[in-house]
Design a protein around this ligand. Sequence first.
Ligand SMILES: Nc1nc2c([nH]c(=O)n2[C@@H]2O[C@H](COP(=O)(O)OP(=O)(O)OP(=O)(O)O)[C@@H](O)[C@H]2O)c(=O)[nH]1
Ligand SMILES: [Mg+2]
Length: 328
Amino acid sequence: MSAAARLPVIDVAVAVVQRDDGRVLLAERPRGKVSAGYWELPGGKFDAGERAEQALARELREELGVELDAAYPWLTYEHAYPDKRVRLHFFRVLGWHGTPHGREGQRISWEDPQAPSVGPLLPANEKLLKALRLPPVYAITNAGRYGVAEFMARLEQALEGGLRLIQVRETGMAPEQLAQFARRVVTVARRYGARVLVNGDETLARKVGADGVHLQADRLMRLSVPPSTRLWAASCHDARQLARAAALGADFVTLSPVLPTATHPEEPGLGWTKFTRLVHGYPLPVYALGGMRLELLETAMRHGAHGIALLSGIWDRVVAPRAEVRNS
Ligand SMILES: Nc1nc2c([nH]c(=O)n2[C@@H]2O[C@H](COP(=O)(O)OP(=O)(O)OP(=O)(O)O)[C@@H](O)[C@H]2O)c(=O)[nH]1
Ligand SMILES: [Mg+2]
């Protein structure tokens, strides 16, 4: 056991206060505190007997002078400093009242998580910023259902509507056709700054210029070395698979099936209670998958999900102009 592993763990509640424009509230650690001058997310140590949510509400009041209205549990991970270990319980704060101000004399700033203009940030927060860059909706392609031409029109509309993360997964396509399709998806996605993962095949992901690979659970469990693509994710269905993805350092996971799906309507799925239990204390962003619709995003987040993954609930929403599509 390393020295750091022997240190007691300090529980810390941390607030990701995000405005509608996506900017997140960062604060400078005040003089006199450890790591003074570093920027961080507002928050602090649990008081004795406090639950995470209580610590969060108290810290927001003490540090920023705001009252918490709504917060959803998000990631929880540990970080080892040379002299201590902290367990950071991150919450997404979606509702508050009052105007945040540095009540401890600290500077605060609303920052774009993609490119904060203040710094340096506490080293423990790097993973958090990476997670914040992941959008709330993860869409899985379904060209088999629509035909490629119509699917591409629907994809373009979804991108127009804000879609920024896509998985190419087409079980019915021959290798050449799949490569061509994946290339087309990457090309349109680039125009919108959206990222693309290819299901199961790292070589194909590289060949078509995708951002990374999405692995099925059986591959994940056999994996000894994580994929070396910029981004990688895995499908999980139970606690063992979730633990494996975390140990290998995936960027995010999907957890499924949450609700009955169109293809397996007779299977009840995990349900939200079990979903919440599985993701509680989990270090990576989790997309709820199975029976999802865009309307369920808030429900999923309330149960600890980072967002939702959709295979059919997204493309059906888009009514493609059929005549034009046929001619393309
Ligand atoms: N608030 C906050 N703490 C963080 C973050 N990341 C991170 O590693 N930490 C660590 O978690 C611990 C939180 O302590 P804190 O100094 O905020 O605690 P606190 O508000 O209760 O202050 P105090 O008890 O020193 O007055 C610190 O060791 C800090 O380095 C973060 O983003 N926000
Ligand atoms: Mg603090």
